[in-house]
Design a binder for this molecule. Sequence first.
Ligand code: FES
Length: 373
Amino acid sequence: MSEQRKDLPGEAELADMSRDDLVKLGTNLDGVELVHYADRWPVKGTRAERRAERGVAAWFVLSGLAGLAFVAVYLFWPWRYKGPFTDGELLYSLYTPMLGLTLGVCILALGIGVLAHAKRFFNEEIAVQQRHDGPSEAVDQKTIGALLGDAAATSGLGRRSVIKRSLGFAGGMFAVGAGLFTLGGLVRDPWAKSDDKDSLWHTGWKPESGEKIYLRRDTGDPHEVVLVRPEDLDAGGFETVFPFRESERHDPEKLVKALRRSDNPVMLIRLRSNQHVVKRKGQEDFNYGDYYAYSKICTHLGCPTSLYEQQTGRLLCPCHQSQFDVFTYGKPMFGPATRALPQLPITVDEDGYFVARGDFIEPIGPGFWERKS
Ligand code: FES
C-alpha cells in the first residue's frame, strides 16, 4: 500500500477542484513539464477549421462507404465457381480480391481518419515526464481521469457533429463488416435444398435423372474426356478420378467444374487379389472385385490424401500425417483424423467402364455437424 503524501490535497479539496486545476495538479505531481500547450484553433469556427473538419470527416465517410461496399460484395458478388474461359470467370476471380480491397480500405481510412483527427484537433502539447515506480495513488487515479476527460473535451468531438457522425458511420460499418465476415459463414442452413447436388449433403457424384456417372481421368486438359476401365490399373496401383456424365460432354464449363469441385476427387485403388480386406458394415458391396474407391478428402481438415503405400495399404495425408488403412475400409490408423474415408460405391457397366452406383452415403471431408461416423 502506498502512503498518503502530506502535501497532497484531501478528498474534499479534490472534489472542489475544476478539471483544469486537476489537469495542472496531475501534470505537476507526475513531474510533467508542459513545454508547450496550445489550442490548435483558438478562434473557433474559422474556414480553415471547417476545412480541416471536412477533411477528417471525408476519411470516415470513405471508411464507411468501403465497409458498405464490403457488405455488398460479401452478399451479392457472384462467388460461385466459374471455369477458365467461361462467362463470368473474371467476376468470379475478383470475388476474394474485392473482399480484401473493400475491407482493407475500410480499416485504412478509419485509421487515417483517427490519426488526422488527433493531429488536427487535439491541443498541441509537448511534455516531459519523469518515470517513477510503484502503484498509483488515489490522487493520481483522480487526476488521470481528469486528463482523459480533458483530452476528450479538447478533441472537439462533442461539438463537431460532422466528424462525430461520420466516425459513427465508419465505425458502425466496420463493425457490421467484421461481424458479417466472422459469422456469415455460420448462418447457412445445411438443410436448405438438401436434395440438391450442390448442397452440403451431396457431391458431384450424386445421380440425377438416372444418368450414368462414369469415373473420369484428369489428363491435364479439362476438356478431354478419358474414362477408366479396370484394365487401366495394375494390381497395387491407384488413380484419382472425377465424375463424368454424357450430357456434359459438350459443356466446357461443366467439364471443368467436375474436375475442380473440391468434394469430387476420388481415389480408385486396385488391391492385390490375395489381399485380405475388412469391409465396413453396410458397405460390403461398395467395391468392384479388387477395386475400391475412397474420397480423397482427408477427414481431418480436408487436405488431399494422395500418398499411397501399396505394401501396407496405407494412405497418407501430407498435411498432418494422418494415415488411413485401405485394407480396413479406409479406417484412420495414425494422426489426427478420427473418421474413416467415405467409400464410393462403384461397378462396371456393360461397356466395361467404371461407373458410380450412387453418391457417398455420408458427408465427405472434415468435421461435419450431422456426421455420425
Ligand atoms: S488434413 Fe489430413 S491430416 Fe490434417
